[in-house]
Design a protein around this ligand. Structure first.
Ligand code: WTA
Length: 656
């Protein structure tokens, strides 16, 4: 069998769940996983009683229209009744969100207050003509009105489409047009790194290129001057505050759409991922409870912006359905100083903390003295999502943030999966640094080769999901053919009624059956016929004590097909010289083999990243192959690109 992706990196450290944690965990043995394997649909059906339903479903899963799924068909509910109404009687006074603004202002919002705000906002939207099924664009900073906006749409059965506040007005206009949104909820501005992001100005610019929007609601946050268009634009504090704090929830079908969320394609037109009410809420609430081991007294903080799926599923719907108290922080991790996150953890005594590898690598770069200033002993579990986490970053997270006593929960999933798919059960699963471990209960995965055959343990290939799951995307908005083509065409066999979801990620499974994510399959290099994952070389680089972050791409090479080009950011205070360069290349050779030794290596202060923090390897490839640089407008830090290009050119000249 041809090796699809070679699995070179060996990691043999492993960590059992800490004894005290395991003794208090919701799940303490493998009975839950077993039950879900024996009868997946029966297991999900049993979980569904944890939500509030107005009418019970007729069938758990209707897969007759595969790959278009219908979960809990015939069931009726409104997701806000599970997220809000049911908590009012016993825990209306419980805090839903400890909100903290970037400039330092703070506000605690109870479940009763959130409920009232959602109802007032739903009433205001209804007054503006928003009805069940209408799309509403949401373009806001991380203010308390943001989760309220999602829920107010849900209360009305309207479909929200959140556009991350860091996107440009063109990106906003594209998304408004694609969804034909009727209204926009926004803010005058958002605080980010001490500066105002002028959201309302961007909305004004976007609306010049759209015709579907009839009204906007504007939250006053930064207080700067904005222009308000008479009849179209309304101040939130004028319109919403005067509404009644009650509103009957609109009854929805389990399969009615709850939201659209566009994935930020770097080249093609963004894809509008559609999630529905019943299955989605079930998938996110169950996985939130299991993977984060949610108890009533938890203070939970998911640092993701609500503009991303992680924020939708694990800062809004999952935690609220589970009645947990969350932290919601408006701003950046560096404001006013690099210890802001740890100050927040200490202030609210956060117990469960969920962030991204890109943030963890920044924390490593900034230095251990920042977390050391704060008492982080309230933390019981720390988790990550968004990218493969390099083993050394995982170890740093475990030791420096988790104090060596917290399970590290690496969660693999996607906007399309809606819910976590591969992650440890923290009280049960032994973890290994860099592995997302195994599929959660109710999730089924495999690693296959080009022909769709399962590869033996110890080998790499393509990650696929082999059974439908409740929170799966139902389609791409307005483009069902592209949905089938992108995710289901590659490995499914419709003639045999076998449906296999292709995630687009490479993965390997070790001899224990653990999954190791190797990045997007477009991030695989081919060096002299060996398919090597960029991630493994990056992990070998980050394994060196002086390296904070690394990105690796394959550039064309006459001799080897592709040659490995590395870009390296060093830990605070270190400068890269020729000796270190050689040392790092040798380090990779020693760590994973000569075949993976980078052909070139450039030191840089920063790596180009998308606004969600993912490294843009495409641009580094362009730089390495001396191509005209592609579109940089989706980058968070476009200015670093030229700097890296100059350094790479300098380096090439000195090599010649
Ligand atoms: C990557 C974010 C490795 C992966 C929830 C996936 C990960 C894409 C992990 C989805 C992880 C996410 N380990 N890779 N724990 N989590 N990814 O849609 O490539 O923003 O396909 O969803 O991020 O990104 P998205």
């Amino acid at each position: 069998m041809a090796e699809t992706i070679e699995a070179l990196f060996d990691e043999d450290r492993r960590f059992a769940p800490p004894a005290e944690f395991a003794a208090n965990a919701l799940v303490q043995d493998d009975s839950v996983s077993k039950a879900s394997h024996e009868d997946p649909l029966g297991w999900w059906e049993a979980q569904a009683s944890s939500l509030v339903w107005r009418k019970k479903w007729d069938s758990v899963l209707d897969w007759s229209g595969a790959p278009f799924a219908r979960w809990f068909d015939g069931g009726k509910l409104n997701v806000t009744e599970s997220c809000l109404d049911r908590h009012l009687a016993d825990s209306g006074d419980q805090i839903a969100y400890h909100w903290e603004g970037e400039p330092g202002d703070r506000k605690d919002i109870t479940y009763a207050e959130l409920y009232a705000e959602v109802c007032r906002l739903a009433n205001a939207l209804a007054g503006l003509g928003v009805e069940k099924g209408d799309r509403v664009a949401i373009y806001m900073g991380m203010v308390p009105e943001l989760p309220a906006a999602l829920l107010a749409c849900a209360r009305l059965g309207a479909v929200h489409s959140v556009v991350f506040g860091g996107f440009s007005s063109e990106a906003l206009a594209d998304r408004i047009n694609d969804a034909q949104a009727k209204a926009v909820i926004t803010c005058d501005g958002a605080w980010r790194g001490g500066k105002i992001v002028p959201l309302k100005d961007m909305v004004d610019a976007a609306l010049e290129h759209t015709s579907s929007v009839t009204s906007t609601l504007v939250v006053r946050r930064c207080g700067q001057q904005v222009s308000m268009s008479e009849g179209r634009d309304h101040w939130y504090d004028e319109l919403v505050t005067q509404q009644a704090p009650e509103r009957e929830a609109t009854e929805c079908d389990a399969e009615d759409p709850l939201y659209i969320l566009y994935t930020s394609g770097t080249t093609a037109k963004p894809k509008g991922i559609v999630h529905t009410c019943g299955g989605y809420l079930l998938g996110v609430s169950v996985t939130h409870r299991l993977a984060f081991d949610i108890h009533d007294d938890d203070i939970y903080w998911c640092t993701a912006d609500i503009g991303w799926v992680t924020g939708h599923s694990y800062a809004v719907y999952g935690p609220l359905a589970n009645g947990v108290t969350s932290v919601l922080y408006e701003g950046g991790p560096q404001y006013p100083a690099e210890d802001r996150f740890w100050e927040i953890v200490e202030r609210y005594k956060v117990t469960k903390f969920y962030t991204a590898p890109t943030a963890i690598r920044s924390f490593m770069k900034w230095g251990d003295h920042h977390p050391a200033k704060h008492d982080l002993t309230s933390l019981k579990l720390i988790a990550t999502v968004g990218e493969p986490i390099n083993p050394e970053a995982w170890m740093w997270y475990r030791e420096v943030i988790g104090g060596g006593r917290c399970p590290v929960v690496d969660t693999w999933w996607q906007t399309e999966t809606g819910q976590l798919m591969i992650a440890p059960l923290p009280g049960v699963t032994e973890t290994k640094p860099g592995s997302a471990t195994k599929p959660l209960p109710g999730a089924f995965a495999d690693v296959v080769d080009e022909s769709g055959q399962s590869v033996p343990l110890g080998h790499g290939g393509y990650l696929v999901l082999t059974r439908p799951w409740p929170a799966m995307a139902r389609t791409l908005y307005g483009d069902p053919d592209r949905y089938v083509e992108t995710y289901w065409a590659r490995f499914s066999k419709p003639e045999e009624d076998t449906w296999v979801y292709f995630a687009g990620d490479g993965a390997k499974r070790d001899l224990d059956g653990y999954y190791w994510l190797l990045g997007r399959v477009d991030d695989v290099m081919n060096v002299s016929g060996h398919r090597i994952s960029t991630l493994e070389v990056e992990s070998a680089l980050v394994d060196h004590p002086l390296v904070a972050e690394a990105a690796v791409v394959g550039r064309k090479d006459d001799r080897t097909g592709q040659a490995i080009a590395a870009f390296v950011t060093l830990r605070g205070g270190t400068t890269g010289d020729g000796a270190l360069l050689t040392e790092l290349r040798d380090h990779v050779a020693k760590r994973i083999g000569k075949i993976a030794r980078p052909a070139s290596l450039v030191f840089t202060d920063e790596l180009p990243k998308t606004r969600s923090g993912k490294i843009m390897r495409r641009l580094l490839r362009d730089i390495s192959e001396e191509r005209q640089l592609g579109d940089v407008t989706t980058l968070a830090n476009a200015e670093v690109v030229q700097e890296i290009a100059d350094k790479a050119a300098e380096r090439r000249n000195s090599e010649d």
